[in-house]
Design a binder for this molecule. Sequence first.
Ligand SMILES: CC(C)(COP(=O)(O)OP(=O)(O)OC[C@H]1O[C@@H](n2cnc3c(N)ncnc32)[C@H](O)[C@@H]1OP(=O)(O)O)[C@@H](O)C(=O)NCCC(=O)NCCS
Length: 325
Amino acid sequence: MSAQTRRTSARTSTGPRILAFGHYQPERVVTNEELAARVDTSDEWIRSRVGIASRHIAAPQESVTDMAVHAGAKALAASGLPADEIDLVVLATCTQETQIPVAAPAVAHRLGIEAPGAYDINAGCAGFTYALAVTADALRAGSARNALVIGSDKMSAWVDPSDRSTCVIFADAAGAAVLAGRGSHDGWIGPVAWGSSGRNADKITVRDRHSFFAQDGQAVYRWATSLAPVALEACRRAGVAPTELAAFVPHQANLRIVRSLARQLGAPQALVADDIVESGNTSAASIPLALSRMTEQGRLHSGDPVLLLGFGHGLTCAAQVITAP
Ligand SMILES: CC(C)(COP(=O)(O)OP(=O)(O)OC[C@H]1O[C@@H](n2cnc3c(N)ncnc32)[C@H](O)[C@@H]1OP(=O)(O)O)[C@@H](O)C(=O)NCCC(=O)NCCS
């Protein structure tokens, strides 16, 4: 199949598309200075090594479900779809407070979406891009008319507040997208390119329910910066040349990783998401949070082709090209 043929088939797709984004960040903003008063770190170290200036941290009683409900409500309102037209709710999270039950059914119930298909996905910080992929496939297959996909993580509950190597990086948030199913329209969600590296499973862990988050930062850094081919494969499958991308929104793990990946894409015109500066690493929320904030800030426009790349524990990764709503 020629590149031209691929491009034509992807762009005229009558498959699923994103109607709207929404996001939620807890009220409390924690600056680098505040952290430096608590652990042996500095604003200079955090900005230069990770790229974060501040982050939002949830209140003790604020849950993954609460944040997901706030973000989902905003996305639903922005989409204009009534709750009873949503047939599927998928929540990407790795920090759900309870092992049993899963959170998605309760999130749906609180949003007034009665009895949809509802389940959680745990693919770590790649969770949103995995959820988007399988939900788009469900819509393509006709298993649902419209769907709500949410990424919500309360990383602060799993990070040791006295461990300077992790407490400066992670934060809390939720981001959501409303997806419309089959129909005649311009926007689309491209085919996923995904993968995993089980041999590196021990590089990011929470060993048991009494342990905190731990990672081999340098090993994960090397792996994350090797993922440009996965992102480029997503472009190839969508029939979009890197030079046609309006924006690149990878998981916001580290600004140096984001910039390294962006340099490897051959897409100098693309706006590169830098939401980590004000939001920190919010795990499965980071990509929809960045998309929602960039849309709100007027940096993304309707019809823009945007390349997403999620990566996280497992290790897992997934990329797709979408058009902005
Ligand atoms: C975690 C990460 C920011 C650490 O940055 P780094 O440049 O690799 O730093 P290192 O771990 O090599 O540590 C360098 C030094 O800084 C110190 N350090 C670690 N955290 C610090 C902090 N917050 N403030 C000051 N110094 C710190 C270390 O103790 C070490 O000191 P030493 O040289 O005396 O031993 C970086 O490796 C990273 O982003 N990795 C990828 C993580 C990722 O993407 N995870 C995905 C999860 S979703």
